[in-house]
Design a protein around this ligand. Structure first.
Ligand SMILES: [Zn+2]
Length: 235
């Protein structure tokens, strides 16, 4: 089998492969992907914090209501006429007053603690929103830079593809199909020479003698290990 044409094809294709690889490894693309992810994480966090803030504010409401109830009770106790009470009744009233006072103190402490929590959640929320905005901004920048990089290599890409299409016409259809299948899986180079008369030029695995004989007879052989197409070479 004459493989001169497909080797020529592969040579030009290697230029296209390099170009595609450079785009895959493009730093702007990587940054855009990272920033997109950061923005997503920050957004999820902000939703969680919003929910938390809502729960804390509901707790504040509950405590304020309890505080009002205790204050009203205290007012009732204070309004009573002590002169008309027996000694036992006065003592009972004083103990009730102490208890109400304690309750109010506890509620006040809880409220202070809650307020601190609310403030912490709000500060975290603001910080998260800043992170989100920054990530979004960096994403937009790096995405634009990447798009520009893609655009810059587009004419070269089109030129390579046109050249390949022209070369394809002189190549055996079956061989071309095999080539394209491997190339589609990012296996490159697809065609490799036989090395030292017995090894795959791609993965360096040694071939059984029978396989080498088959390769000599057919001119090409598919490597069982790396799937590359080995062609006969005296090297
Ligand atoms: Zn191999």
């Amino acid at each position: 089998m004459d493989i001169t044409k497909i080797l020529e094809y592969q040579k030009l294709d290697s230029e296209l492969f390099k170009l595609e690889k450079a785009l895959r490894d493009n730093p702007n693309k990587k940054t855009a992907s990272e920033m997109s992810n950061n923005a997503k994480v920050a957004q999820q966090r902000s939703v969680g914090l919003e929910k938390k803030a809502g729960e804390l504010l509901a707790e504040v409401d509950t405590i304020k209501k309890q505080f009002q109830i205790q204050t009203d009770k205290m007012a009732q106790v204070m309004a009573k006429n002590v002169d008309a009470m027996s000694k036992e009744e006065v003592e009972l009233m004083l103990s009730l007053k102490d208890k109400l006072f304690q309750n109010l103190n506890i509620l006040d402490k809880n409220l202070t603690k809650l307020a601190e929590n609310v403030n912490a959640v709000l500060a975290d929320f603001n910080k998260t929103i800043k992170t989100y905005n920054l990530a979004k901004e960096k994403f937009t920048q790096s995405k634009a830079a990447y798009d520009k990089d893609v655009e810059a290599v587009e004419p070269k890409k089109v030129e390579f593809e046109k050249g390949l299409l022209k070369l394809e016409k002189g190549i055996d259809a079956d061989l071309m199909e095999k080539y394209k299948k491997r190339r589609g899986d990012n296996l490159f180079p697809v065609l490799v020479p036989l090395k030292g008369g017995r090894s795959c030029g791609g993965c360096h695995m040694e071939l059984p003698a029978a396989e080498v004989a088959k390769l000599r007879a057919n001119g090409i052989l598919s490597c069982e290990h790396c799937r590359r197409i080995i062609y006969y070479s005296e090297d």
